[in-house]
Design a protein around this ligand. Structure first.
Ligand code: ATP
Length: 137
């Protein structure tokens, strides 16, 4: 299968760099899959899980909000945060979920409400991935 250079960057580090056969990521209106030769594109994504196919095997990771750039030379993913399932701190995600739910119960501006919903989404995906990883071990 054809591959393409893929770089996944966060503000803190280069999270993953590889030659991928496929990338699937959570776009606002559904999941977006990129294969080698995809037309150039810039697209935003929302908190979710990304899957990368390398040497026939899929690897899954948490991604926060960001955007990706599909260039003729390769694909760059810019995410606010990324974690492999085994690096997700489940207790921290549970706390973040509890705080976001508490904020959503209170009166908030539209912006604050949206931020709380996004924080809740981050926590829920982290928990889902961390628990899936534990159950697969
Ligand atoms: P918190 O309120 O717990 O900081 P958050 O969703 O606001 O959660 P982010 O802004 O998405 O956190 O991430 C900030 C940094 O902390 C990033 O480096 C991210 O990888 C890391 N991080 C956040 N939550 C977790 C977690 N549950 N497990 C591992 N790393 C995490």
């Amino acid at each position: 299968m054809k591959t393409f250079p893929l770089d996944i960057l966060t503000p803190e580090h280069q999270f993953f760099s590889t030659h991928a056969e496929a990338l699937t990521i959570q776009a606002p209106d559904g999941s977006l899959t990129i294969l080698a030769g995809h037309a150039p594109l810039v697209a935003p994504f929302i908190p979710g899980s990304l899957s990368v196919k390398v040497n026939g095997e899929w690897k899954e990771a948490f991604h926060s909000s960001g955007f990706l750039e599909v260039l003729r030379e390769g694909v760059i993913v810019f995410a606010q945060a990324c974690e492999w399932p085994e690096n997700i701190d489940e207790k921290r995600a549970l706390e973040a979920k509890r705080r976001a739910e508490e904020r959503l119960r209170q009166r908030q501006s539209i912006n604050e409400h949206q931020n709380s919903q996004i924080a809740l989404a981050r926590a829920m995906v982290r928990l889902q991935l961390a628990r899936k990883h534990i159950n697969l071990d």
